[in-house]
Design a protein around this ligand. Structure first.
Ligand code: SAM
Length: 472
């Protein structure tokens, strides 16, 4: 029985409710009064339920789709402005005991190079990332209780935060590791992590069990209930995602929104972010072998609908996608992107020899961070290296209530400009620097409060003089 407030996976992601939702969406996909009403409801910027959003996903009327895209762009602009938060993944270890059929780290893969970074190697990788200009990392690891125990992850986080190279510093470490216990989540919280990210992969239980035939990840309920344990362990910001391509996208979309509704019902705060990865070619993985592949237009439609269904949730797109797909995603709702990513273990300081590849998947966007920053600014965005919110305690429901009150503009916008300024001075190429300096000057005027604008101006001057890390 469907119950969003239940703590049982099979009740808050109720299979029958998803099937009923899809049937309801099919019955109503040409119900124009209903659809027009739903678009009007979404325009109130309070979100949509999984049923409502699923009807819009089933709708194929071009004129109405254009209205949905326009609304997604507007909501994106109103809540997030033109800032795009930058991050990079850091792969710590690809040892894994699971049998995930879409991931080359699966236990049976004997020809992928297995690597695990030592603390000394982490120092080298993080130094290389700092030298590009990154301030925010997402650490990634396979699941292997012996090779990658929680103590190793905690020690690595400590190492990452301790490294200060030139003006570099990693100010926020997000964590994407396998589902774990409340006790371990508490330890991650104490280690000062930002968001805990865990992709559901698929919400379809039967498919989930087939796609994860062996290993601890096989347990659907344990995986699906992980965010509740993370929140019980004190982590306020959690990041959801499905791996699009594995199952039918309409099923996943309903499941994803039901998961968000569940977090809101139980913990009073929805997901901090939603990621939209698609399955990619990898060492022994052929993405066409999975049933749910989606084309770029459907992918864009999903992004726009997530944007209007959960307007307060940040959206993340990785370098799995090409520059062209990312540009479209940014317009329709994505607020965070990675840049210059390597999905290999130890790939930042030295390229891997081809016969020793430890990569998780092929990246499509292979540009340097400077190229991505330059490109974003030419598209009219402000690349932001800001990490202030969680360091100022603006997490969970505190962050959400500020966002809902439209107050984030007074912190995020100046913070984005100040961190961009740091980047331009410390790391940018001359061309990127010239574009950025002009952009900052023009954008200063968009800070709503005069007092905040003045402080930002003063801080920008101090940054020029070599002082770092100002934040509102
Ligand atoms: N082992 C952890 C877990 O079980 O959640 C950490 C996550 S793994 C390093 C990061 C994510 O990469 C996975 O959750 C999965 O969605 C994604 N992934 C795995 N194989 C992929 C592929 N072939 N293409 C694209 N993404 C993939």
């Amino acid at each position: 029985m469907y119950n969003p407030a239940s703590l049982k996976a099979e009740e808050f992601i109720d299979h029958q409710e998803i099937l009923d939702t899809l049937a309801y969406a099919d019955q109503n996909k040409e119900n124009w009064p209903l659809i027009d009403g739903l678009i009007a409801k979404a325009a109130l910027r309070k979100g949509l339920t999984h049923r409502e959003a699923s009807v819009l996903l089933a709708c194929r009327d071009e004129e109405r789709l254009q209205k949905i895209y326009a609304l997604a762009r507007q909501i994106k602009q109103d809540f997030y402005g033109n800032r795009i938060v930058m991050f990079a993944p850091l792969y710590l270890s690809n040892y894994c005991v699971n049998g995930c059929t879409y991931c080359p780290y699966h236990l049976k893969n004997k020809h992928i190079a297995r690597k695990k970074l030592t603390q000394e190697e982490i120092v080298k990788e993080v130094t290389a990332l700092q030298d590009m200009g990154h301030k925010r990392l997402a650490i990634e690891a396979g699941e292997d209780p012996k090779m990658n125990p929680i103590e190793y992850i905690l020690e690595s986080i400590k190492t990452i935060y301790s490294i200060q190279h030139k003006n570099g510093a990693i100010r926020r470490v997000n964590v994407n590791i396998a589902a774990t216990t409340v006790e371990n989540y508490r330890k991650l919280k104490e280690a000062g992590i930002g968001t805990y990210i865990l992709f559901q992969e698929t919400y379809h239980k039967e498919s989930y069990e087939k796609l994860h035939p062996t290993g601890p990840k096989h347990d659907y309920a344990y995986h699906t209930e992980a965010m509740d344990r993370a929140m019980e362990g004190g982590i306020d910001d959690v990041g959801l995602g499905v791996l699009f391509g594995l199952e039918l996208y309409r099923y996943e979309f309903a499941g994803l929104l039901m998961h968000a509704e569940h977090l809101e019902a139980v913990h009073g705060v929805g997901p901090h972010t939603i990621s939209v990865p698609r399955v990619k070619r990898a060492d022994d993985i052929d993405p066409t072998e999975f049933d749910g592949g989606i084309d770029d237009d459907t992918f864009a439609k999903l992004i726009a609908l997530i944007r209007i269904a959960v307007p307060y949730t940040g959206m993340i797109i990785s370098t799995r996608e090409s520059a062209a797909v990312r540009a479209r995603a940014l317009e329709l709702g994505v607020s965070q992107i990675s840049g210059a990513s390597r999905t290999s273990v130890g790939g930042y300081c030295e390229p891997e020899p081809e016969d020793e590849s430890s990569e998780q998947f092929d990246v499509s966007d292979k540009r340097t961070l400077d190229e991505v920053v330059n490109w974003l600014m030419k598209l009219g965005y402000i690349p932001s290296f800001c990490t202030a919110c969680y360091r100022e305690g603006r997490t969970g429901d505190r962050f959400m209530s500020l966002l809902k009150a439209g107050q984030i503009q007074n912190c995020c916008h100046p913070n984005a400009l100040m961190t961009l300024k740091e980047y331009l001075i410390d790391y940018a190429s001359p061309e990127t620097k010239a574009i950025g300096e002009k952009l900052i000057e023009a954008e200063l005027n968009n800070i709503p409060k005069e007092k905040v604008r003045q402080i930002a101006r003063d801080n920008l001057q101090k940054i020029e003089q070599g002082v770092r890390d100002f934040r509102f």
